[in-house]
Design a protein around this ligand. Structure first.
Ligand SMILES: Cc1cc2nc3c(=O)[nH]c(=O)nc-3n(C[C@H](O)[C@H](O)[C@H](O)COP(=O)(O)O)c2cc1C
Ligand code: SF4
Ligand code: SF4
Length: 265
């Protein structure tokens, strides 16, 4: 049974990279994909130390973080947890995501002992251009440095709570509303380009893609993480209301494995 585990939520692979890196630095036993843990909570076992690594979306955690606390981590059978840490990856800053995570933990009678953030390339292509490769490398180098320092603190089981931010309570309520709401996918598919490979369905962390008549259909379970957009090998997924662009966030630097959802890390 694994004593030390990291649960990873990711769309475009930055949090995947971060979770794997932290596992290596900390010598933790395994990284578990959040969709797998949500589907089969028993894969978590009964760990002693738990890390959560997740992206920041709109200054908040992804929708799957709420159920991870309320459906999985709140289980009284998980009676050995001594230390829980949370790390968010973000393009600019964590906004309220760590504060919301701390509150979700408290609501489920769990203490989140350590919170930190690391800047990674911003993959929100609806607003921002993917940084050029040279810039991406610089961001990864800086992230590696920061992750090394964070790992030293986590190894010592340091306490670090996210600083108070005005408006936190408002944002926590907003997050709960956001989790319970449907999201309009801001992506569409060019069926002429799509070759029905199914990768978009495989990488979606929200089970929001079904392949119908050979092409993806996006449901309101989507949270616009843009994994399918960035990873489609045909660049067949387009951003609604935007000119088609060839620019996508690759997988070379993150080493993201599209089989992630199946637990193949
Ligand atoms: C829908 C969406 C919203 C985002 N919102 C924010 C944000 O509010 N602040 C920020 O710093 N980065 C934001 N980003 C950038 C991501 O947090 C960043 O690229 C993150 O590392 C992505 O993680 P992932 O690759 O594991 O999915 C956003 C990205 C997406 C796709
Ligand atoms: S990843 Fe692209 S090519 Fe493959 S099924 Fe999805 S849209 Fe079609
Ligand atoms: S369908 Fe939505 S949630 Fe799923 S991968 Fe695509 S953008 Fe992300």
């Amino acid at each position: 049974m694994a004593d030390n585990v990291i649960i990873c939520l990711t769309g475009t692979g930055n949090s995947y990279y971060t979770a794997i890196k932290l596992r290596e630095l900390l010598g933790y036993d395994e990284v578990l994909p959040a969709p797998l843990v949500l589907d089969r909570p028993s894969v978590l076992g009964n760990p002693v130390r738990v890390g959560l690594v997740f992206p920041t979306y709109y200054g908040m955690p992804p929708k799957n973080l709420g159920p991870l606390f309320s459906n999985v981590l709140s289980d009284p059978a998980l009676d050995r947890i001594e230390y829980l840490f949370a790390v968010t990856t973000c393009g600019l800053g964590p906004g309220y995501s760590l504060k919301i995570c701390e509150q979700l933990a408290m609501d489920n009678r769990i203490i989140c002992s350590y919170s930190g953030h690391v800047r990674m390339p911003d993959t929100y292509a609806l607003l921002l251009k993917v940084p050029p490769e040279e810039k991406q490398k610089q961001i990864f180098d800086a992230a590696d440095l920061k992750l090394g320092k964070m790992a030293d603190e986590i190894r010592e089981m340091a306490m670090r709570i996210p600083p108070y931010r005005p408006g936190s309570n408002l944002m926590i309520r907003k997050y709960i509303r956001y989790c319970n709401s449907e999201t309009q996918p801001r992506i569409t598919v060019d069926t002429g380009l799509c070759v029905s490979c199914g990768l978009c369905e495989a990488v979606c962390p929200r089970d929001a893609v079904t392949i119908e008549n050979g092409h993806p259909v996006f449901s309101t379970n989507c949270e616009n993480c843009l994994a399918c957009y960035h990873f489609c090998p045909q660049k067949a997924i387009l951003l609604k209301g935007k000119k088609p662009s060839l620019e996508r966030y690759g997988r070379t630097l993150t080493g993201y494995n599209p089989d992630y959802r199946q637990g193949k890390l």
